[in-house]
Design a protein around this ligand. Structure first.
Ligand code: NAP
Length: 240
């Protein structure tokens, strides 16, 4: 049976790789994001059954309208987000600090919670919700790391709620992943090399590294795995 997979932020970077991986498996893949142009480019790139929907996932009405249109869903990948501080100047006063924290909360937590909440009534048993967290939740990175840590906590409660419906919920937490729009133009080549070298594997992660983990968690091989956070960081931040 053809599965329906929603990938938020599927027009670029990690989301694009995840959408490609599911499309290769023959799924119906719906990619979302704010920029129609990025989504159209991705849909043209990816061979397979790909649909696009452009809206801001922090907008509750837009998310509600999207969910009402798409029918039953098997896999939700909450990938939209990023460190909104890269788009801001350094805070000048407490008002700016408040704005910066709100922006990272909205971009990473609200997008995820609104999308998941709106799609839950439409999810088939045997489905899964996978949310992209970050190594920043453990290493610390201001309001961005705090927002990603909040997602991991929320995921535990989500998994408890969904278990009786045979739906799993997990977080995949990448380390440094190259070749996405995440860092904007902020990082120098030296900084990128330094981040890659800090992994035990001595390389940057790729969007495909994350897509493979997501695909596994959404497969029949992972039905007893839920309420967990999985690091994909080349050993940059070890765990027991
Ligand atoms: N790259 C890394 O090193 C790294 C490391 C750890 C975690 N992550 C996480 O991985 C995820 C994907 O990031 P990426 O590296 O692939 O960067 P990216 O290329 O910037 O992808 C982020 C995507 O999210 C979409 N998006 C952002 N805010 C949105 C909103 N309010 N509504 C709808 N769509 C929104 C963007 O599209 P529009 O701008 O068109 O909306 C974009 O396609 C993010 O959650 C990020 O925090 C990345």
């Amino acid at each position: 049976m053809t599965r329906t997979v929603v990938v938020t932020g599927g027009g670029t970077g990690i989301g694009h790789a995840i959408a490609t991986r599911f499309a290769e498996d023959g799924a119906r893949v719906i990619i979302t994001g704010r920029r129609q142009s990025a989504l159209d480019r991705a849909a043209a790139d990816i061979a397979g059954n790909v649909e696009v929907a452009h809206f801001d996932a922090t907008d509750a009405d837009a998310v509600t309208a999207f969910a009402a249109e798409i029918g039953p869903v098997d896999v939700v990948v909450n990938n939209a987000g990023g460190n909104t501080d890269f788009d801001r100047t350094s805070p000048n006063g407490l008002g700016d600090v408040a704005d910066s924290w709100r922006a990272n909360f909205e971009s990473n937590v609200l997008t995820t919670v609104l999308m998941t909440t709106s799609l839950l009534p439409r999810m088939n048993g045997g489905g899964t919700v996978i949310t992209i967290g970050s190594i920043a939740a453990d290493k610390g990175s201001g309001s961005y790391g705090a927002a990603k840590a909040a997602i991991a906590s929320w995921n535990i409660d989500l998994a408890r709620q969904l278990g009786p419906r045979s739906i799993t919920a997990n977080v995949v937490a990448p380390g440094y992943i190259a070749d996405t729009e995440f860092f904007r133009d902020v990082l120098t080549d030296d900084a990128k090399d330094g981040m890659a070298a800090s992994a035990m594997t001595r390389r940057a992660g790729t969007p495909q590294d994350i897509a493979e983990m997501v695909q596994f968690l959404a497969s029949d091989r992972a039905r007893q795995i839920t309420a967990q956070t999985f690091a994909v960081n080349g050993g940059e931040w070890p765990s027991r």
